[in-house]
Design a protein around this ligand. Sequence first.
Ligand code: PMV
Length: 349
Amino acid sequence: MTRPNEVSASVSWKSPSNLAIVKYWGKQGYQEPLNPSISFSLDKSFTQTTITTKPSDDGGFTFLLDGQKKENFDSKIEQFLNKARPFFPFLKNHHLVIESHNSFPHSSGIASSASAMSALAQCLVSLHQLSQGKSLNNIDKIMVSGVARLGSGSACRSVYGGWSLWGKTPAIANSSNMYAIALENNIHPVFHTLQDTILLVDPTPKKVSSSQGHQLMENHPYRKARIKQANENTEKLLQILASGNVHSFLNLAENEALSLHGLMMSSTPSYTLLHPNTISLMAIIQEKRQKEGWPVGFSLDAGPNIHLLHPASHQQLIVEWIDKDLKAFCHQGNIIYDNLGQGPELIKI
Ligand code: PMV
């Protein structure tokens, strides 16, 4: 006899990482952001996750990364599933086999938690819909985003292709702290061609995690000023994205990246994740834009690696320049050529 919510199925989703231009830094409540953030989804940097359900009263899971058990991830997944349980009655009477694969190396300066948690959330919402006898033609993206947020804040923006916004802002009527929304309108075509070339300066794991960094915002002396700055930058970026002004975009991206690292440097305890080569690269990139007018700039995630941003139009010239002037600053010459992507993809049911 089939029990309520029973679903014997296997679903696979491919979900991208994303790069924030206006940065989320600091939390309130449970995984709600201190300020709005705006990001775009990447194309080549993704996690592919398959969840296979088996009816069982243990309500547990087995996690495999690249076919291997990775026990150090188990507690993070367990914490996430425990937060998600109230939304997914089927979890109670199934065992999940979760198999994941990342398209990019670990500690490569790409947010793997964003792609991993958004892929997991896509699978869970799909299984939930199947357990309720609904088709997967219409995935409830707001639900996926809200659930992904429980695993990692930035993951809630990875559930869409192109640009997305997370966090309440008066500039966008349906914005929310609980989930991200897609920014589909008012994006100039040039910002759909954005390239993100990741210059891997230092692949060693970060000495201070993003979770610790978020926590340090609680008593941060610049907390109020940061919230104001991020809100203003959100409104400015929305206007810039609509206008197509690439130079204003790059100036704002750099201002946000440096502000994020400035907040780390002025936390108590203070720390920096920047590497001497990060500083050298930032100076070379800014000079190229300011002195020669090239449409190139940088962003940084919570790490030393440079995200070189530019529209597709100058691609050939920029690739030659990277080889000649920038590659030498990268760890073993490591570079990932990524770009704005189309968002999560259902691989199989
Ligand atoms: O989602 P978390 O908790 O890993 O935080 C990510 C924070 C930044 O990547 C630094 C900024 C952002 O908005 O993605």
